[in-house]
Design a protein around this ligand. Structure first.
Ligand code: HEM
Length: 504
């Protein structure tokens, strides 16, 4: 067990540790590097916020992440780049197959995106600025100093707005997050813990540490004898003769998701016969929580009251989705499964399950959740439109959405898996003809089978089916970034110009 104070929080960008929820005003910028030397001078002095708790908490924060194109532009060597995962190197739009798996087809296809639609033209840098209410303009002036304007070209300013904890459809968001096991309290050994747990190995979110497999996610390691700039980098935990460029860094996944708020509520209103309670019930069953955040499963779990947002539940007592539909957004994006089906306790029954015998069809085991968790750090955009106003046919027209951000150590096993195998899959957990009722595109399968259905229980009644679900969310942009540790940031800013020899 590691002491919390032993962890290198001062080398971690703060977003890995805090959501910066009190810093309500944000400015997300996509930048290209116009002048490499000026960019390095700015990066060297940039007031990047670390994951250290301060008293009082900070009034502002700044976080930086790079696309692979940005790292290359700054002179990071091919051998380091090649140490990153293929998904990061080749990007979110790397080929049609990838787009299909991520659900980026039809209206979501990258050719319609506002940015990021072509890996080769990915913005170099993502800058995230946070400030207390009213403090953003002053913070921008501090960050955008004279080097900044020389160094960067602003490609796009991603909209964000302060909607409190409520996302544009009107639901409380940001409730369920994994707890990172900074002190290594919990074993990652498969057979010591096969129940769902919210506690997650550091290496699931931060590169350079052991992950839930007890291993190190693939990452760029440097031989310091061959790279004189690498001496200030942290040692690789599993091989101290090497330097770990990625340690204390993470991958940042960004998706700009447009939400059709009037379209969502007007559809629900129509299919629920304009009965407000029915409309609310249907909306809640699509999310898996009521608008105030109460999980639908709450009534049925001893120990959590309906008023309690409590996140301490699983779906073990609701295997067929009678209380929370199997397809509900929160159930798809985190089915809260353990390594073995629920109810398996004794040595013999565990052995039988491990060997794969005696599996009932309803126990069709959705992959164990602990390998597929996301640390969500997105922000909403657009004006607040209450559901009661959104149902009106003359609801004001405006852009609403979510700048979805998640931090992960393995893009394919975490973000891409959740997006593909869980939220977009029309076969998730034995379901058919439906995708995530909130997120899903409604494109038919290649076989022609439709995907625009939603099966959900009626309170104390039989299962209901809603058909012809429109698409409520459209992708407007996206990309993968690397958010380095502070020492790696220093390494980048000290590098010589492109192609120079790094050897000592
Ligand atoms: C505009 C798009 C989206 C909206 C409106 C939305 C909305 C919500 C809401 C209301 C919750 C419940 C609050 C909570 O548990 O924190 C939630 C939870 C969650 N969402 Fe989304 N979400 C969106 C996109 C996504 C995407 C793209 C992913 C990942 C691929 C995702 C993954 C999750 C996860 C992992 C949870 C927590 C589930 C749990 O642990 O119970 N969401 N979302």
């Amino acid at each position: 067990m590691r002491k919390s104070s032993d962890f290198e929080f001062d080398d971690l960008q703060g977003l890995l540790h805090f959501g910066y929820g009190k810093l309500t005003d944000t400015c997300f910028m996509l930048l290209n590097i116009a002048n490499v030397d000026a960019a390095k001078r700015w990066l060297d002095k940039a007031p990047v916020s670390r994951a250290i708790k301060t008293n009082p908490p900070p009034d502002t924060a700044l976080q930086i992440a790079f696309s692979v194109q940005g790292l290359k532009k700054l002179g990071v060597s091919e051998s380091i780049i090649n140490g990153f995962s293929d998904e990061f190197i080749y990007g979110m739009t790397r080929n049609e197959n990838c787009s299909r798996r991520l659900g980026d087809i039809g209206r979501n296809a990258p050719k319609y995106w506002k940015w990021g639609n072509n890996s080769a033209e990915m913005p170099h840098i993502l800058l995230l600025l946070y400030a207390k209410k009213g403090g953003l303009e002053a913070w921008r002036r501090t960050v955008e100093d004279e080097h900044f304007s020389q160094a960067f070209q602003l490609l796009r300013h991603l909209p964000t707005s302060d909607m409190g904890r409520i996302e544009p459809f009107g639901f409380e968001d940001g409730i369920s997050q994994p707890t990172i096991d900074w002190t290594c309290r919990q074993s990652t050994d498969l057979h010591e813990r096969d129940r769902y747990s919210n506690l997650l190995a550091v290496g699931e979110m931060v590169l350079g540490y052991r992950n839930e497999y007890g291993q190190y996610t693939a990452r760029p390691l440097i031989d310091p004898r061959k790279d004189r700039y690498a001496t200030g980098l942290p040692n690789a935990e599993d091989d101290p003769t090497l330097k770990d460029f990625s340690r204390n860094g993470t991958y940042l996944v960004l998706r700009q998701l447009d939400q059709n708020v009037p379209g969502f509520w007007q559809f629900l209103d129509k299919v629920s016969g304009s009965v407000p309670e029915k409309r609310e019930q249907l909306a809640a069953s699509m999310v898996g929580r009521e608008r105030n955040g109460t999980p639908l499963i709450a009534e049925h779990i001893p120990g959590i009251s309906r008023k309690d947002h409590g996140n301490h539940f699983t779906y073990d007592l609701d295997p067929t989705g009678n209380h929370c539909p199997i397809s509900a957004h929160i159930r798809r994006s985190n089915p809260r499964t353990g390594d073995l089906p629920p109810g398996v306790t004794g040595f013999i029954s565990r052995l039988i399950k491990i060997l794969g015998f005696g599996q009932k069809p309803e126990e069709d085991l959705v992959a164990s959740s602990r390998f597929h968790r996301l640390l969500r750090r997105g922000r909403s955009y657009g004006p607040i439109l209450a559901p009661e106003d959104a149902v009106k046919l003359d609801a004001p027209v405006a852009e609403h959405g979510l700048q979805f951000i998640c931090l992960v150590a393995n893009i394919s096993r975490q973000f891409e898996f959740v997006q593909n195998a869980w939220t977009m899959s029309s076969k998730f957990s034995g379901l058919q003809q439906e995708r995530d009722p909130l997120l899903g595109n409604r494109e038919p399968l290649m076989s022609g089978e439709s995907t625009d259905h939603f099966n959900h229980p009626e309170p104390s009644g039989p299962m209901q089916k809603t058909c012809n679900l429109p698409q409520f969310i459209t992708v407007h942009g996206g990309g993968y970034f690397f958010m380095p540790g502070l020492r790696a940031l220093k390494y980048i800013s000290a590098l010589p110009a492109n192609g120079s020899d790094h050897s000592s």
